[in-house]
Design a protein around this ligand. Sequence first.
Ligand code: FAD
Length: 296
Amino acid sequence: MSRVYDCVIVGGGPGGLTAATYLARYRRQCLVFDTGQARAAWIPKSHNCPGFPDGVGGPELLARMREQARSFGVEAIDAEVTALRGNDDGFEIRHSDASVRARNVILATGCEDVTPPLERLEDAVACGAVRLCPICDAYEAIDRSIAVYGPPAKNAAHARFLRTYSRRVALVPSEPCDDADLREELAGDDIEVTAEATALHFDGKHCIFELGERARSFDVLYPMLGLISRSSLAVGAGARCDDEGALIVDPHQMTSVDGLYAIGDVVSALNQISVATGHAAIAATDVHNRLSRNYA
Ligand SMILES: Cc1cc2nc3c(=O)[nH]c(=O)nc-3n(C[C@H](O)[C@H](O)[C@H](O)COP(=O)(O)OP(=O)(O)OC[C@H]3O[C@@H](n4cnc5c(N)ncnc54)[C@H](O)[C@@H]3O)c2cc1C
């Protein structure tokens, strides 16, 4: 008989690594698969991550979390899980040309930002000229000139949220905006709706839009073009998701498939590190409680 893990965790970001640490400390056999593309790795410096008053960079946080999981004996494989199949004993998890078996699976695969076609995007994110998450870092944009770029109707709420931080917020449409009511409502909140953007550049410090005849530079750009949930493994195994493709879970983080849990950004919830780690604690504890007892 080949080995059966108590739990396989797909994804080694903040959610998956926290779940692994909890399960290892419950003295359960778990295995983490990861492809090294955590959204968390994009974070230049997070200032809302509990316990880091001076802020912490995403790569450093991930390194610390990996080290913590490893210190309790968590096994990890740098490989992509390509398929997940439920059976009477649990799950078969396929990766590369091999597969492993587990009684439970926690999916912590996160999501991807749809990004604009901008040369040197990584540099722009690293220096804060482009930011991807207003809840995370709008505080760092206080009193700056801010552009919210994307489909106007979907981004009015983001623009209003950012007005908490600056009087200079503009919504830059990525598609024609002929909704006069929306323009008027936003004008009432002192939010300008510019002409549709025809091009976007980064000069090493600022983002510059071509808006018809005019070029305009902003201190901070929030591209709000949407998120793609990495939920296909769970959906392929029969799990339910919302209209955006994010997974729907119960209060214990279990999907609609028995024994298949989902945590962090892949779940229909607020995309934040502290949410992902909270989900992880809940899911890992439920996994422990449903396994047979492992008395000392
Ligand atoms: C620029 C930026 C700044 C941010 N700032 C903050 C902040 O200040 N504070 C905050 O709370 N949040 C912040 N966030 C959000 C935060 O990064 C996410 O909420 C957090 O990373 C979610 O963790 P996660 O574990 O769910 O997913 P992720 O961090 O995305 O990790 C998912 C992991 O799963 C792996 N994976 C995916 N599919 C597979 C597969 N099939 N097989 C194996 N591995 C797989 C990926 O490679 C990845 O390593 C920011 C995000 C961005 C982009």
